[in-house]
Design a protein around this ligand. Structure first.
Ligand SMILES: Cc1cc2nc3c(=O)[nH]c(=O)nc-3n(C[C@H](O)[C@H](O)[C@H](O)COP(=O)(O)OP(=O)(O)OC[C@H]3O[C@@H](n4cnc5c(N)ncnc54)[C@H](O)[C@@H]3O)c2cc1C
Length: 905
């Protein structure tokens, strides 16, 4: 007997039997499914053109590399939009990569609203195709996600709150209801769960084949046994795709090569395209039919137990996400890895098996049909890779017609429908209809594509799938890669670091005199008041009342130069604000796209007549250079350089900043000599050529010094020593965030995106919309100003919120106005001056279909006295007071409070 209860050794023996391995593949086929057991079988049933007689077209509007579910979905959606001159190239047979052995779970409860919108679209598509008579294996059995802990239940409640805004039916249930729905589950240790009746399962291969078949019927060429060998680019455009069956000229290329996508990227000439992903082994087992298993058994997810279960041919298919996964194929994927699996590994599987048997005790006597160990690709942050490929970390042409849709992190089946839809939009319309920044390949820098880094990081990315994702939780592997010159100093001072674009940034500082220093004795992550609350509070008040130093070295920095006035003309076209002010001035400006949305939000300092220094959020390093480069005059008259690593940044914040800088520099720092929003080249201590700007990103008075990196440590030490008299201290990014939020400052990537315009976030005054100069997006803004906007950035101050007891808002919470859903929060945090919880977010009226209604007087609508706002935090609604301007009491006073300035007579 090969019962699961039997020892691992016995199980190993059972599955290691060579014959079974053979037999097992065919056993994977459920009765209703068209899955073929071997590639030979598949070929005979394939809907694609295959074999040596295949000829490739001389030209195809779009060439898609990869005939898995993602490539098929992109082809399907292009064809649905009328683009049929499309060719899908598959090196083996359709679905032979990862798609064929997927477990086919279609669940929609995910951490962000964008995730949910996308997955809901996929689910509806698969249901539609089924209703139209196509075989997809779609079964609406619902899903039950169970919680072992209260914190997990909070996670479910947060997702429940999000799902409600989309009309997804979700019910919070208790252990007894779970037992009723799933009698074969052990429920005594459960806190509760969530029931999603319209979730379900598909047969992945059937969905992929259906999408491919419909695409083909609409004219798409689906070619098997044709591999992409080279992607030729000229002047930032793919021109030719060299294949094993000839060369195809194309207008667009889409890399949908799954775990091969990184290798396919390397086939690009003259310069490789980066697709940061790495394969990992991924497991499930299938049992023979078991007694009492209903075909409509809901999918069960026990994320605290790392596992999931679905019904499969009368038995159970159970898999999971182990805490320490196994990366594979580090040296390359074997040739002809088609319809293949990896060897089973029962030792590795043990942690999942133990949890399975615990949750579903009836499996103990089940007979194993097969263990499936299939490779799947994972990315450094466990989010998929979508979008146009920039050449990361270098100022080179981005390839404007090269798209990537890969790195699905074990969500490629449920993701495929939406991925295909949005990639098709991106190609046809020039951009996707929703903000996809969280998946955009431009969120990475070059080092993320480092193979060793990927190998070390992806096991954590796999584990992350079911891990409880607390707000602000950080990855542990592949850290300390990009460090500022101050890193060690800050570490010794108690810094707790977070990572952005692989850059280590001090988020807050533990007090080195505290007993708990360095011990992590308090839980690091939480849904409610975080362990860093008191530390950030101290840093906040030091910024308000004394002086703080913040290491801002991670900000992305660019130099723009020209011989004549081309740099000014170039930036005037890119920037919505007027940057052509006198030398030495600084301007905050957006860079808008054609729809008026923020491609970037930055600070532009005019260092010389034809020389500008641009500072952007750290997350913009790849995206900004791609945008800057895309619009460069082709005659080479303007040079753009990425200066991020050349300059370190130290922000001196607070009422004593002026005196502190005066003490260490010969440059006069009073406000008449060193005006706000101006830049001067100054000496600090013994260092020279420091670009000092009078501005902070928090609303306080102060300076930001951009220091040639080799002087940064000296400048920091000089400021720290001189600052002792002023009570100087370090402060981290959380303090910055709390200060700027309270002052109602929006930040790109958190509040602003390419779908938000300056008029929607109350920044019309920061544009040159009324000046004669043209800039990208001007027409869209003029139109919007005439017609009105659909949403408005607002600050919501929560009433009746107990900062010590209540669950905190972390961004992404639904906002209600007069009981009607009107938007989501973007950033939230405690306002130490206001002594209230503060949420920033966008609000707007929606029609019956959930579409924003354009309003001419949206400010009046937001501030209507009769309007009652509430923010939903994990199902509890907190009343909120709206505002559209910075609250007066948060504006800082210049009078130092605690530490008087020393008299140095
Ligand atoms: C064990 C397991 C369980 C899973 N369960 C689920 C689940 O329940 N739900 C879910 O949503 N997801 C699940 N997944 C993930 C899902 O299966 C994948 O994300 C999805 O199949 C990826 O599809 P793809 O099209 O990107 O890749 P693939 O299916 O691998 O397709 C890529 C194709 O590109 C082809 N190719 C590569 N190089 C070239 C070249 N040079 N020229 C031409 N063709 C090339 C390959 O041959 C391959 O067929 C699971 C994955 C595994 C391993």
């Amino acid at each position: 007997m090969n019962h699961l209860r039997a020892s691992t050794k016995a199980a190993k023996k059972f599955v290691k039997n060579g014959q079974l391995q053979q037999e097992a593949v065919s056993l994977l086929k459920p009765k209703h499914c068209r899955v073929m057991s071997t590639s030979a079988d598949l070929e005979s049933h394939s809907i694609a053109d295959s074999g040596p007689q295949v000829t490739v077209p001389a030209h195809s509007q779009v060439v898609i590399c990869g005939g898995g579910i993602i490539g098929s979905s992109v082809a399907f959606h292009l064809a649905e939009r009328g683009w049929s001159n499309v060719t899908v190239l598959e090196q083996g047979s359709l679905t032979c990569g990862t798609t064929w052995h997927s477990a086919g779970l279609i669940g929609r409860l995910k951490p962000t609203i964008t995730d949910m919108v996308m997955l809901d679209y996929s689910r509806r598509l698969y249901e539609r195709l089924t209703n139209e008579g196509h075989g997809t294996g779609w079964k609406q059995c619902g899903s039950v996600n169970v919680a072992r802990t209260k914190d997990r239940m909070v996670d479910f409640k947060r997702k429940h709150a999000l799902a409600k805004t989309l009309g997804i039916e979700v019910h919070l249930i208790g252990p007894s209801e779970i037992k009723k729905m799933c009698p074969n589950l052990y429920t005594d240790d459960l806190v509760g769960g969530v029931w999603v009746p319209e979730d379900g399962v598909v047969t992945a291969q059937d969905v992929a084949m259906t999408l491919a078949k419909i695409a083909k019927e609409k004219g798409v060429k689906m070619l098997e046994k044709v591999s992409v060998e080279k992607v030729v680019t000229k002047q930032g455009m793919v021109t030719d795709v060299v294949t094993s069956a000839g060369t195809i000229k194309c207008d667009f290329f889409v890399n949908c090569a799954g775990q091969w996508a990184r290798a396919v990227g390397k086939k690009t000439v003259p310069k490789a395209v980066k697709a940061p992903l790495h394969s990992c082994e991924h497991f499930y087992l299938v049992t023979k039919p078991m007694e009492g298993i209903d075909t409509m058994m809901p999918v069960i997810r026990d994320p605290d137990g790392l596992t999931y279960f679905r019904e499969w041919s009368g038995g159970i298919l159970a898999g999971g996400f182990e805490p320490k996964a196994k990366p594979c194929f580090h040296k390359g994927i074997p040739e002809k890895f088609e319809f293949q699996l990896l060897p089973d590994d029962w030792d590795h599987f043990q942690i999942l098996l133990d949890n399975m048997l615990h949750r579903m005790p009836s499996m103990q006597t089940a007979e194993v049909r097969q263990m499936v160990n299939g490779p799947e690709s994972f990315t450094p942050d466990s989010r998929m890779l979508l979008g146009k490929s920039p050449k990361m970390g270098q100022l080179e042409d981005q390839i404007s017609n090269y798209f990537i849709a890969a790195g699905m992190n074990s969500g490629g089946i449920v993701g495929a429908g939406a991925v295909g839809k949005h990639i098709a939009e991106w190609i046809i319309d020039g951009e996707p209809s929703v903000n996809l920044w969280q998946y955009d390949v431009r969120r990475f820098v070059r080092l993320h594509n480092n193979k060793k880094f990927l190998r070390d990081r992806v096991p954590e990315a796999l584990a992350n799938h079911y891990a409880l994702k607390y707000p602000k939780e950080e990855y542990k592997t592949g850290r300390k890669l990009r460090c500022s010159p101050l890193h060690t100093r800050l570490e010794v001072a108690g810094a707790v670091f977070g990572e952005t674009m692989a850059y280590e940034r001090a988020m807050y500082f533990n007090n080195p005199d505290d007993d708990t220093f360095g011990k992590e004795s308090r839980p690091m992550w939480s849904w409610s008041k975080p362990c860093w609350f008191e530390s950030v509070q101290e840093e906040y008040w030091a910024c308000k009342e004394r002086v703080c130093l913040m290491d801002m070295s991670s900000f992305a920095k660019f130099e723009v130069r020209s011989r004549g006035d081309e740099a000014t003309a170039y930036l005037q076209e890119l920037c919505s604000n007027n940057i052509a002010s006198e030398v030495g001035t600084i301007v905050h400006t957006g860079m808008q796209n054609n729809q008026g949305g923020f491609e970037n939000d930055c600070t532009v300092a005019r260092l010389d007549q034809n020389h500008y220094f641009i500072i952007c959020p750290a997350t913009q390093q790849t995206r900004a250079i791609a945008w800057l480069e895309k619009h460069l005059p082709r005659n080479g008259s303007v040079q753009v350089t990425d200066a991020t690593s050349m300059f370190s940044g130290i922000n001196i914040i607070g009422p004593h900043a002026q005196q502190l800088l005066a003490d260490v520099s010969d440059f006069p720092t009073n406000k008449s000599d060193f005006r706000p929003m101006t830049v001067n080249l100054i000496d600090v201590g013994h260092a020279s050529s420091v670009r000092a700007m009078r501005l902070t990103h928090t609303g306080e008075d102060g300076f930001i010094l951009y220091i040639p990196s080799e002087y940064a440590l000296h400048v920091y030490d000089t400021l720290m020593i001189a600052g002792k008299d002023y009570g100087v201290r370090n402060a981290g990014y959380y303090a910055l965030r709390h200060l700027r939020m309270e002052n109602f400052f929006a930040f790109w990537g958190l509040d602003l995106s390419d779908k938000i315009t300056p008029l929607e976030c109350g920044r019309g005054f920061r544009t040159k919309i009324d000046d004669p100069e043209h800039f990208i997006g001007k027409e869209a803004l003029l139109k919007q100003r005439k017609e009105g906007v659909g949403q408005r950035f607002a600050q919501l101050i929560l009433d009746d919120f107990d900062v010590h007891q209540d669950l905190w808002p972390w961004g992404g919470e639904p906002i209600y106005r007069n009981d009607k859903f009107v938007g989501f929060t973007t950033t939230c945090g405690y306002g130490f001056t206001l002594e209230k919880m503060v949420c920033l977010g966008f609000v707007g009226e929606r029609d019956a279909n959930g579409k924003l209604v354009t309003q001419k007087n949206i400010n009046d609508w937001v501030m209507d006295r009769g309007a009652k706002y509430e923010v939903d935090i994990a199902g509890v609604r907190f009343p909120a007071k709206p505002g559209i301007y910075s609250p007066k009491m948060t504006i800082q006073t210049l009078d130092p409070v605690f530490v008087p300035a020393p008299n140095r007579g």
